[in-house]
Unconditional design. Structure first.
Length: 144
């Protein structure tokens, strides 16, 4: 995609800064078909629009849920299609989106459960810190 870019574009460095992702990750998403630069500069640099930024933020939000690249591509295609499609095809896309919503709810519940377990584990570790150098409850002092 070369030629005239929209008036409001950014290079990959600004996109990275605004999303907190690495340049490598953005390029990977580009190579995987998740994100496409809006254009290229005269020097061949990728140029991204605000729409591209919003798409990348959606991708970033999908990643912690453990979606595969194929699922991410599929979901982005569904979201794109829902903006432009009507009739029976829109109904099919809506049903597919409904399935992703249900799957995402399950994945979120699992993440919440894992976070609870991580909090419990952190509490155990912090509890052990309070007894550093001293006697632990339920253990006799071997020096004493």
């Amino acid at each position: 995609m070369s030629g005239t870019a929209p008036a409001s574009t950014m290079r990959i460095g600004e996109l990275v800064e605004r999303t907190g992702l690495s340049t490598r990750t953005v390029r990977h998403y580009d190579d995987a078909g998740l994100l496409h630069p809006t254009g290229r500069s005269e020097g061949g640099f990728r140029l991204y629009s605000d729409d591209d930024l919003q798409r990348l933020l959606v991708i970033r939000r999908m990643k912690p849920l453990g979606l595969s690249l194929e699922q991410m591509v599929d979901l982005l295609d569904i979201l794109d299609g829902l903006r432009t499609t009507a009739g029976p095809e829109r109904d099919r896309l809506q049903a597919a989106l409904d399935a992703y919503v249900a799957d995402t709810e399950e994945r979120r519940a699992e993440l919440a459960r894992n976070l609870d377990w991580a909090d419990e584990f952190l509490g155990i570790l912090q509890h052990q810190q309070t007894y550093r150098g001293g006697e632990r409850p339920g253990r006799s002092n071997p020096s004493g």
